[in-house]
Design a binder for this molecule. Structure first.
Ligand code: HEC
Length: 228
């Protein structure tokens, strides 16, 4: 991953014991996903979006681990990240985490419907839409005041659109059908194919959602919670 902070090399997460995560216990995996800590206790860079994954339940994380355990182990040693000083010092991440990492587990908003809460959980948790679509501060933390408002230069240097409920700049006035088309097929209302990292998100992630999950995500994005 090429980012304004340097080049991150995404690790091997197949169950290979030497170069992957084959030797990890469920506790190791849960700690990585929810606390951003390696098995040896050192910090992960938030290029690994544990800042969103930490909202997943222990059961959801155990399910992911069960799946990853069945992927064919591949021996593939990944070189270390190529980051500039002082970012190359992992210890500095404890300061970053104290500022930008909210380690609290997910709780539903009781004022909202189950559908809205499911959408909020997907967008802010496992779907980690916020990680690309929310602008960041100079230190690389999510600028929560500008939730999902898009940015001129996202993590990979590309323009990221506003997907907040704003009817002009965001998706507030998109129809449910338009949004399903985009998330299921990667087609915009003008019939163009989505490009860049969103094309990967659609192919590897959102195109596999159930119809209930599309509706939940759309209810949350459009802020159209009519059921409660
Ligand atoms: C890795 C970064 C990344 C992630 C994660 C991501 N997106 Fe995107 N998204 C993009 C980029 C880049 C575009 C612009 C694509 C283009 O212009 O063709 C985009 C475009 C979109 C659009 C079209 C908006 C418009 O105005 O054209 C929607 C809707 C959208 N994303 C929703 C989502 C949702 C929902 C999620 C989470 C499930 C998500 N995205 C996760 C990078 C990302």
């Amino acid at each position: 991953m090429t980012t304004p902070f340097g080049d991150f090399r995404t690790p091997n997460i197949t169950p290979d014991r030497e170069t992957g995560i084959g030797g990890w216990s469920l506790a190791n995996f849960t700690q990585a996903m929810t606390k951003g800590l390696r098995p040896d206790g050192s910090h992960y860079y938030p290029a690994f979006p544990y800042t969103s994954y930490n909202r997943m339940s222990n059961q959801a994380i155990a399910d992911l681990k069960a799946y990853l355990d069945t992927v064919p182990p591949t021996h593939n040693k990944i070189p270390s990240h190529n980051l500039q000083f002082p970012l190359n010092i992992r210890r500095g991440l404890s300061v970053w985490k104290s500022l930008y990492f909210d380690p609290k587990p997910w709780t539903n908003n009781e004022e909202k419907s189950a559908k809205w809460n499911r959408g909020a959980y997907i967008v802010n948790g496992p779907g980690h839409c916020v990680e690309c679509h929310t602008p960041r501060t100079l230190m690389g933390g999510l600028d929560t005041k500008q939730h999902l408002k898009g940015l001129a230069k996202g993590p990979a240097g590309e323009k990221i659109p506003d997907i907040s409920a704003d009817p002009k700049s965001g998706v507030g006035s998109w129809s449910e059908g338009d949004l399903i088309f985009l998330l299921k097929l990667g087609l915009t209302p003008d019939g163009d194919a989505v490009s860049g990292s969103m094309a990967e998100v659609v192919k590897d992630s959102t195109s596999h959602y159930s119809i209930q999950d599309f509706k939940a995500v759309i209810t949350y994005l459009k802020g159209s919670d009519t059921t409660k």
